[in-house]
Write a protein that binds this ligand. Structure first.
Ligand SMILES: NC(=O)c1ccc[n+]([C@@H]2O[C@H](COP(=O)([O-])OP(=O)(O)OC[C@H]3O[C@@H](n4cnc5c(N)ncnc54)[C@H](OP(=O)(O)O)[C@@H]3O)[C@@H](O)[C@H]2O)c1
Length: 254
């Protein structure tokens, strides 16, 4: 089997260095370029020999970098936070014009992916919901892109089910969280925490809590590899892990 040739942008960062290490030790993948801020990656991309580039830089830069990578002939997996639905649609149009594809994945963890699916389902059955997300103190953004995506998927599911969006029951005091897609999100940043997300659903007489804990970047591995494999053949740019995992229910073991 020919190895999938991958370039990593943001290779000295926490996620990028994890990705480089994973690609070096995983059969079926070949790391052909590891770029960081000091690299002239815009000039190198076209002839680097990669099929797919993993974009893992800083929140707010992902969409612009992905466009440059596509226009250099590379497929893309965008990991960086802050690439919204409208950005994804614009990338999708450009990728289709160029005959390329890829994926925007706000969170590679399979646990997080499942939490969002369960939370979307539960959003149809409760009167109110709030999200509490906790991360290490070095995380640059708040609320996290993952919490925003969880709220977006819950709101989308309610809209598709013909339900009104969740409306926070109290006036918007800062301590009640930042409302995303109709759902208050509370962010905690402390040393000692890696990544944690709780979605609490309330109805008369009961509370459902859907909870996910991550303890290290290893949790990103299976989803990252599945996303890269998917991107290598994709037409257009999709969002989230659903298309990459649709046919690999046992991705954890692969
Ligand atoms: N999708 C997921 O599952 C997932 C998981 C974890 C993190 N993330 C997201 O991925 C991004 C990276 O996270 P991280 O924890 O690895 O951050 P990080 O440790 O700060 O790493 C970011 C790296 O990108 C480099 N960089 C910044 N701007 C650049 C540019 N214009 N060109 C080339 N390189 C550039 C930085 O270099 P300098 O240090 O020189 O600025 C740094 O080495 C964040 O947006 C984060 O929220 C996503």
């Amino acid at each position: 089997m020919t190895a999938l040739r991958v370039a990593v942008l943001g290779a000295r960062g926490r996620l990028g260095s994890f990705a480089c290490d994973l690609l070096r030790r995983t059969e079926g993948f070949e790391l052909v370029a590891a770029w960081d801020r000091d690299s002239d990656w815009r000039s190198l991309a076209r002839d680097c020999g990669a099929v797919v580039a993993l974009e893992a830089t800083r929140a707010g830069q992902g969409a612009q970098h992905a466009r440059v990578l596509l226009e250099s002939g590379l497929r893309v997996v965008v990991a960086t936070s802050g690439v919204g639905v409208a950005d994804t649609e614009a990338l999708d149009r450009r990728a289709r014009e160029l005959g390329l594809g890829g994926l925007v994945v706000p969170n590679f963890s399979l646990g997080s992916w499942l939490l969002q699916r369960f939370a979307a389902e539960a959003a149809l059955w409760f009167e109110g919901a709030e999200i509490v997300e906790s991360h290490h103190e070095r995380k640059a953004d708040a609320p996290s892109g993952t919490a925003d995506e969880t709220a977006r998927r819950m709101a989308e599911e309610r809209a598709q089910g013909g339900l009104e969006s969740f409306a926070p029951a109290t006036p918007q005091f800062p301590a009640r969280g930042e409302v995303r897609h109709g759902i208050p999100v509370h962010s905690i940043r402390l040393p000692g925490i890696y990544a944690h997300q709780d979605v609490l659903f309330g109805a008369r007489g009961e509370v459902l809590r859907v909870s996910h804990d991550m303890h290290g970047p290893e949790a990103f591995g299976p989803g990252m590899l599945a996303a890269l494999r998917y991107a290598a053949k994709a037409h257009g740019i999709a969002r989230g892990l659903d298309p990459a995992l649709a046919r690999t229910p046992r991705a954890r073991g692969s």
